[in-house]
Ligand binder design. Structure first.
Ligand code: BG6
Length: 464
């Protein structure tokens, strides 16, 4: 019987802006997520009093977290990934002193987790930054934001040093190339040079957070977080193979800087070819040398690239606009399902970095049907997760060092791309629809009992 290692962490992953709601409670300021009510690719809408978006309440985790954590504990979670909303701590982003009511909320949250023996894995910035920093300074395009972030990071490291020993810097840091407002607080119309400059500032801030974490909490581990967007060549034509290598470089670049502490040669060439000259100071280069302890990533799908422009026109449906793989089926949202790709990616990341890996997001967004008796038979979700976990176990057998697995959205939440509630990932159903109607009551789906058994058996109940 094949089982996962004893110390493997099992659980789920959440993001503040997709679950908490309470978007102005206890002194919180507006974030970029609050001004993008239609999701990470949606327009920026300046908020006016009385306005409401689905994320303003989300699933009301801000008030209901004790009940939700009890359900996670019932499933046997040993880990919960959450994020801190930067705007609860520094509402505008550039204050000198933090907001104590915001700090107190996360104290209560971490205490609740501790009382259930659940280890928190905390993301410093998950798809949001203070809107004040965007309006006032132009987001990460401005170097000044680095020091604001460092102050925020140092504040939370100091405050939670005895409660949180696992940290992540920026969620899916490579997504800035596709969603600049969400990633770096820049308008979608920004030039590539502006986006790469902002990314450079964020990479420096990430490294400074790593350094601060090591100084303040010596027994903590801090990782990066990549969108693991593995790309295949559509054919074995050498041109397609090289195109796929370049496409993979576009996200590996972030991991390469965060794990190796220097800009890779292929990026220096890309900047040269595109005539991009970044403002990189000697202090920046020194800061980048603080590298992460482990590599975390999300994994939902794979896609293909080709040099054949006719095929490229088919690119659609998935957030990275990749050419569909004819050998794979897709989710209702057009995300191509590829469990073996996860094993490939785990092996590639391990070969590349030789640092422990943590899968901090994986899952199937699907519409659920509630039966008359209240039950939800989500076999499609069970099958997706089962098949991916089988490949994780194979990768461990291949020799990949793994820390754990937190699937995305163990409780239904507001989706990031389009701010929908009908795209559900959870083992726990939340009674709320896309228009905000519903009681917000929680109930267990079939997958709840399935995941509980998987965790209790350390993966032995998975079906090959
Ligand atoms: C990742 C994000 O991109 O994918 C999450 O880190 C997001 O915030 C998840 O929710 C799934 O995407 P979506 O659009 O289905 O919510």
């Amino acid at each position: 019987m094949k089982t996962f290692p004893e110390n493997f962490l099992w659980g789920g992953a959440l993001a503040a802006n997709q679950v908490e709601g309470a978007y102005l409670a206890d002194g919180k300021g507006l974030s970029t997520s609050d001004v993008q009510p239609k999701g990470v690719f949606g327009e920026v809408v300046e908020r006016v009093a009385g306005d409401s978006g689905i994320k303003d309440v989300a699933i009301d985790f801000y008030h209901r977290y004790p009940q939700d954590i009890e359900l996670f504990a019932e499933m046997g979670f040993s880990c919960l990934r959450v994020s801190i909303a930067w705007t609860r701590i520094f509402p505008q982003g550039d204050e000198q002193q933090p907001n104590d009511a915001g700090l107190a909320f996360y104290d209560r949250l971490f205490d609740e987790l501790a009382s259930h023996h659940i280890t928190p894995l905390v993301t410093l910035s998950h798809y949001e930054m203070p809107w004040g920093l965007v309006k006032q300074y132009g987001g990460w395009g401005n170097r000044k934001v680095i020091s604001c972030f460092e102050r925020y990071a140092r504040t939370v490291f100091n405050r939670y040093q005895h409660k949180v020993k696992l940290w992540l810097t920026f969620n899916e840091i490579n997504m800035s190339l596709h969603a600049p407002m969400t990633g770096v607080g820049l308008p979608e119309t920004s030039s590539k040079a502006q986006v790469y400059q902002a990314i450079h500032h964020q990479l420096v801030a990430s490294a400074l957070a790593v350094k601060a974490c090591h100084e303040i909490i010596p027994d903590a581990k801090i990782g990066n977080m990549l969108l693991g967007g593995l790309v295949y060549p559509l054919t074995c034509k050498p041109e397609d193979v090289f195109r796929a290598l370049q496409e993979n470089h576009s996200w590996q670049f972030f991991g390469d800087v965060q794990c190796r502490g220097v800009y890779p040669g292929y990026m220096r060439r890309l900047f040269r070819d595109k005539g991009i000259e970044l403002d990189i100071t000697p202090e920046d280069l020194e800061a980048l040398k603080s590298t992460v302890d482990f590599v975390s990533f999300s994994y939902y799908m794979t896609g293909c690239v080709t040099t054949d422009e006719e095929h490229n026109k088919q690119a659609r449906g998935n957030i990275l606009s990749m050419v569909p793989n004819p050998h794979l089926a897709s989710s209702e949202w057009g995300w191509q399902i590829d469990p073996i790709g996860l094993r490939t990616l785990l092996n590639e990341l391990w070969d590349r970095y030789q640092k422990p890996l943590f899968i901090v997001e994986n899952g199937l967004g699907a519409k659920d049907h509630v039966n008359a008796d209240g039950s939800i038979q989500d076999d499609y979700r069970i099958s997706y997760l089962n098949d991916h976990l089988v490949q994780v176990r194979e990768a461990i057998e291949d020799g990949v060092e793994m820390m754990g697995y937190t699937c995305w959205g163990p409780i239904d939440l507001v989706s990031a791309s389009k701010a929908e509630l009908s795209k559900r990932y959870g083992f726990i159903y939340v009674d709320r629809d896309d228009n905000g109607n519903g009681t917000l009551n929680r109930s267990r789906k079939k997958s709840f009992y399935w995941y509980k058994e998987v965790i209790a058996s350390k993966g032995a109940t998975l079906k090959e």
